[in-house]
Design a binder for this molecule. Structure first.
Ligand code: HEM
Ligand code: HEM
Length: 461
């Protein structure tokens, strides 16, 4: 056992495997949520599976469990690799793994039985919050001391993003989760919405986005076998992200009586977000220019580039829906659920999966069992998610325009039914994709796999 916790890159692999397992768990809960939006009377007497409990399990398991966990695992591989050293302490990374996954596990175990703080994206109870903060503290120490002990003088941009993610999370998570009020995790009254959305926004913005961006910056130049187009530009994007993303969570509560100056700041800077986003996209694009074939023909890199394409779409939609005149129609309905899925699965999830498949042979020393299965996963998710985006956007527009014209929520519900049926049907493709991924991972790592040679030397480097 001791050996496992000392084995180089074992914690990275553990994070990636856990991410793949959480993807399946989250998808199962997503399916239950989707079915209940079609047939509310489905399994009526199973308390853990009422909509109000299964939905937060779905959301938190997907964000922290699938996307977050997998991206941390990928970072724990590229951190020492890019710094030409070993991870400072493998056992400490394992401690982070345990604390992080206990928090994620507290979702299905806790929310299902009513243990929740009931604030969207801040649902974990205080003990689970502590566990997450401890995980982040371990990751800060491991990352910082690996950087200190590096043999490569230049800090590649992925390292900046990886280190910064944990520093930001260590300060933003306790603040948004109001951890100094252990019983409720909340502030009184309207002010709570500001704290809530501070983290609700920085979870995608300063946890998922930097991890995904760092992973994309790692994978694309490796696959195209070209140097990054511009290191300076990449760091400019990094600083713009901090300058703009950290304080625009007000765009989630534009329809509430929060101070006007805060609304103005959040709208102006939401629109300015085109700067850091364009920098990342242009930089990666110019890196891959002329080598598109290498990206397209490499199944993991295709997923990563797919994630960048979803990032472009998400970040065209995002600034537009921060404009108050548009948000009057799109707020509080399925439009936002569509945005959340293309952002979290499209951008974060595609990059997490692509980078995981890219890194897996390097960590395990074995080639991925089947590239065809990666392609199948890509196809299933792309079909399911594109469908989600279309169906949910249409449902949102039906709801929003009806409400805007004075209709009641109740009277619009029957019109949503076809969209909800289609979403549930499309969910089956994404659930299948998660299972295909887990099977491919198992078949790659299974101990009895003798027939294929282990990767050595240059192939593994
Ligand atoms: C099997 C596939 C999936 C199905 C059937 C599904 C279904 C659902 C349902 C029914 C909701 C609740 C919507 C509502 O309250 O109106 C939801 C919310 C959400 N899901 Fe999924 N989902 C799936 C996959 C994913 C994945 C892979 C991710 C992220 C990687 C994700 C992230 C989210 C998020 C962030 C929300 C909250 C949206 C919001 O509040 O705006 N889902 N999903
Ligand atoms: C240019 C960048 C972006 C802008 C300006 C933006 C803007 C917005 C706005 C205004 C909302 C609230 C919509 C409403 O409630 O009416 C929202 C929701 C959301 N965004 Fe973004 N977005 C951006 C990028 C992203 C990215 C990259 C992610 C994920 C990594 C993301 C994840 C989410 C999620 C999960 C929600 C749903 C929150 C909820 O449950 O209400 N967004 N975004």
């Amino acid at each position: 056992m001791t050996n496992l916790f000392q084995k180089p890159q074992s914690a990275a692999l553990a994070f990636m495997v856990a991410g793949a397992v959480w993807f399946v768990v989250g998808a199962v809960y997503g399916m239950f949520s989707a079915i209940h939006l079609v047939a509310p009377e489905f399994l009526p007497h199973v308390a853990p599976l009422v909509f109000g409990r299964e939905r937060p399990v779905h959301v938190n398991t997907m964000l922290y469990g699938f996307v977050g966990t997998m991206l941390v695992g990928i970072g724990l591989y590229y951190l020492p690799a890019l710094l030409k050293t070993r991870l400072w302490s493998e056992p400490l990374a394992w401690m982070a793994f345990v604390f992080w996954n206990l928090t994620v596990l507290s979702g299905p175990l806790g929310f299902a039985f009513g243990f929740t703080q009931g604030r969207e994206y801040n649902e974990y109870v205080w003990l689970a919050d502590i566990s997450l903060v401890l995980a982040v503290a371990c990751l800060i120490v491991v990352t910082a001391l690996t950087i200190v002990n590096r043999r490569e003088p230049q800090l590649y941009v992925s390292i900046w993003y990886f280190m910064a993610t944990f520093l930001w999370t260590a300060s933003n998570y306790p603040l948004g989760n109001v951890m100094w009020h252990p019983a409720t995790g909340a502030m009184p009254g309207l002010i709570d919405s500001l704290f809530l959305w501070f983290w609700g926004h920085n979870l995608p913005g300063l946890l998922i986005t930097p991890l995904a961006t760092g992973a994309a910056y790692f994978v694309i130049p490796r696959v195209t076998r070209t140097p990054l187009n511009s290191h300076t530009l990449s760091l400019l994007g990094f600083w713009f992200l901090i300058a703009l993303y950290s304080h625009i969570g007000g765009h989630h509560v534009l329809q509430s009586p929060i101070p006007n100056w805060l609304k103005t700041v959040s709208v102006v800077d939401s629109v300015s977000m085109v700067l850091p986003v364009s920098i990342v996209v242009i930089n990666l694009w110019l890196t891959a220019r002329g080598f598109g074939g290498r990206v397209w023909n490499d199944p993991p890199a295709r997923l990563v580039m797919g994630g960048i394409v979803w990032y472009i779409i998400t970040c065209i939609q995002g600034p537009l829906q921060s404009l108050p005149f548009l948000q009057r129609v799109t707020h509080f309905n399925n439009w936002t659920v569509g945005h959340a899925h293309i952002a979290m699965l499209g951008f974060g999830g595609y990059i997490a999966l692509g980078a995981m498949w890219h890194v897996l042979p390097l960590v395990s020393g074995r080639p991925v069992y089947s590239n065809k299965l990666i392609n199948l996963q890509f196809g299933l998710i792309t079909f399911g998610l594109t469908g989600f985006f279309i169906v949910l956007t249409m449902a949102g527009l039906v709801q929003g325009s009806a409400w805007h014209n004075g209709e009641t929520v109740l009277r619009v519900l029957p019109q949503l039914s076809p969209f909800m049926v289609m979403r549930a049907a499309l969910g089956i493709f994404i659930l299948t994709a998660s299972l295909v991924g887990l099977a491919n991972l198992y078949l790659t790592l299974r101990p009895a796999r003798q027939e294929e040679p282990l990767l050595r030397g240059e192939e593994a480097a």
